[in-house]
Ligand binder design. Structure first.
Ligand SMILES: O=C(O)CCC(=O)C(=O)O
Length: 254
């Protein structure tokens, strides 16, 4: 691994992909194929060279410091709950059948530095970030194949007539066995490394879903902790989902 970063990555440092052997950089000269993301104006996340090909999935080592990772785990660990989902037919909020991990929601006011890093990296504003989640996978827990986008503009998570245009995962611990993130249609498999972030684009700016971004969290063997969030095209518009309404998990400000 050639660029070990601390804090916010520079433009030069940010772009490279991992192949199935996750320590192996893809060094191909294939042309970048047309993608849904031609018009994405992410200055920091747009590949600059045809070395970064196939997909726009970026790996950012040490996006979070080791201390930030540890503190996030400590903050979340007393507050983990089953992952819930709203049943589209009944409207009931119930355990999500596609995932067996637990999660904790963290308000931006508890993690201002991390919030700023996320906004800076994606060249977007903090108001466009969905509530940050920390996920925990114990032995055998997994997240089945899914995409993070929607079928066109949607109202969800406090955003109105909008969509998720960026997904960010960041691993909070090193995981020796199991728990890899697998992009099923891209043949990309990423072993969790503490502090390492993975960025992909589930929808275009025109809010068309890119189904090639399907991914899963493989069944854990060793315990796995991961931070996830999404950048939406617009600012959050529904005050009921205001981040400030979330309970404080702990007094530690990260
Ligand atoms: O746990 C993982 O590796 C992936 C998590 C994920 O797919 C998600 O939060 O949408």
């Amino acid at each position: 691994m050639h660029c070990l970063l601390r804090g916010v990555p520079s433009k030069k440092e940010i772009f490279y992909l991992y192949a199935q052997n996750q320590n192996q950089e893809i060094q191909t000269n294939k042309k970048i194929p047309p993608t849904f993301h031609d018009s994405i104006p992410f200055t920091r996340l747009t590949p600059k060279s045809n070395k970064f090909t196939l997909i726009q999935t970026s790996i950012i080592p040490n996006f979070l410091t080791r201390e930030e990772c540890d503190k996030l785990i400590i903050k979340s660990s007393q507050n983990m709950q089953s992952c819930l989902v709203k049943n589209a037919d009944t409207g009931a909020v119930e355990p999500d059948p596609s995932r067996t991990s637990t999660n904790a929601n963290i308000s931006q006011r508890e993690v201002p530095t991390i919030t700023q890093k996320l906004a800076l990296m994606t060249n977007r504003q903090t108001e466009q970030l969905e509530t940050l989640q920390v996920l925990n996978y114990q032995h055998g827990q997994q997240f089945q194949p899914h995409t993070d986008g929607f079928d066109g503009p949607t109202n969800a998570c406090g955003f109105l007539d909008s969509g998720r245009i960026v997904t960010i995962f960041c691993y909070l611990n090193d995981v020796e066995e199991g728990g890899k993130t697998m992009f099923t249609k891209l043949g990309l498999e990423i072993k969790p490394v503490k502090g390492l972030a993975v960025v992909h684009f589930p929808m275009s700016l025109e809010l068309v879903e890119d189904e090639r971004t399907e991914h899963q969290g493989n069944a854990a063997v060793d315990e796995k902790w991961i931070l996830t969030t999404w950048v939406w095209k617009h600012w959050k518009g529904d005050y009921r989902y205001d981040d400030d309404k979330l309970p404080v998990l702990s007094e530690d400000i990260i």
